[in-house]
Write a protein that binds this ligand. Structure first.
Ligand SMILES: [Fe+2]
Ligand SMILES: [Fe+2]
Length: 331
């Protein structure tokens, strides 16, 4: 079905230049494209947008959780959360490096994030109100991220695919630590159980939104799938997420906040209510509960760090000049 979709929506073979045709043949044969090799401008641009947005999401994603590091209930939970948030910083750095191989500088990417020209995942524009939210985020948000990212280990662009391998391993630890918090809360006191249920209620639909709008409203799908930048459609991944997550909620004894959720024997999948797409586009436009706060925190960190970056650059320039002087003296 998806192959058909790509055929009908993507460029037809006759419209491709000889280079583009050869490029597509390499991708179809499962070859990886590496940084210095020829690639269509659209492929490069789409990857910069996708990898850049992914990098920004990792970095901004530290903020709602960083909020809870000082308030974790035990020393062990604090150490685990610290490690998790630090992992996310690492994911951001791999991904910025992968984007740089496509000829965009890190400063340029930051400038686009700070000016609102590039996005990060809207899930991080929702507030984290209780400790149970750390559970719900690990379980649902990192869970949805895994669902998105595991197929990307096979993506056609080498540096992106390789970054995904390590990232996915770490994401799976994140998902488990989240589920372990949920388990503790769901089996704790009545008040703890209520906090866990409340966190699930608030994060369920925003998690479903993480897969992006429905395929029929998704602008970049067909070409990205032909290029193997995108491996599955949004609806396909969302369904997979629901199918895997509902039994996990049942195991916790929690209720998924969807009265119409039911197992469909014929389809072999759960039927479920779509998230509110008007809300999705509102948050995307910058009108979510925490957009200003999140972007404000990133811009402030960037501005506050200016003196340090200047110092590093001055040191690097001096060291380079010294090396050059030593080399000239030796000659
Ligand atoms: Fe991550
Ligand atoms: Fe994560």
């Amino acid at each position: 079905m998806y192959a058909q979709m790509v055929k009908s929506d993507g460029p037809s073979d006759a419209e491709l230049s000889p280079e583009e045709r050869a490029f597509q043949a390499r991708i179809d044969a499962g070859e990886k494209i590496e940084p210095k090799e020829w690639m269509p401008e659209g492929y490069r641009k789409t990857l910069i947008r996708q990898i850049g947005q992914h990098a920004h999401s990792e970095i901004v994603g530290q903020l709602p959780e960083g909020n809870w590091i000082t308030r974790a209930p035990t020393l062990e939970r604090k150490a685990i959360l610290l490690a998790k948030v630090q992992d996310e910083a690492g994911h951001g750095l791999y991904l910025y490096s992968a984007a740089e191989t496509l000829g965009v500088s890190r400063d340029e990417l930051f400038e686009k994030l700070h000016s609102g020209k590039m996005k990060y995942s809207s899930i991080f524009n929702y507030p984290t109100l209780s400790w149970a939210d750390m559970g719900a985020i690990g379980w649902l948000v990192d869970g949805a991220a895994i669902m998105n990212q595991v197929p990307l280990q096979r993506t056609s662009y080498g540096p992106y695919a390789r970054a995904m391998v390590r990232i996915c391993k770490e994401e799976s630890f994140h998902q488990r630590q989240g589920y372990s918090i949920m388990m503790k809360m769901a089996r704790g006191t009545e008040a703890q159980r209520e906090m866990a249920q409340d966190a699930l209620n608030r994060f369920w639909y925003p998690s479903l939104m993480m897969f992006g709008p429905s395929d029929k409203d998704s602008v970049h799908s067909a070409q990205s799938m032909a290029w193997k930048i995108k491996m599955n459609t949004n609806d396909e991944l969302r369904q997979k997420f629901v199918d895997e997550t509902v039994p996990q909620a049942e195991y916790l004894g929690l209720t998924v906040p969807d009265p119409d959720l039911s197992w469909n024997e014929d389809r072999g999948h759960y039927d479920f209510t779509q998230p509110d797409w008007d809300e999705f586009f509102e948050v995307l436009r910058g009108n979510g509960p925490c957009n200003e706060e999140r972007l404000g925190a990133r811009v402030k960190a960037w501005d506050d760090g200016a003196w340090f970056r200047d110092g590093l650059n001055a040191y690097a320039d001096k060291a380079a000049a010294r090396r050059l002087a030593a080399k000239t003296a030796a000659e």
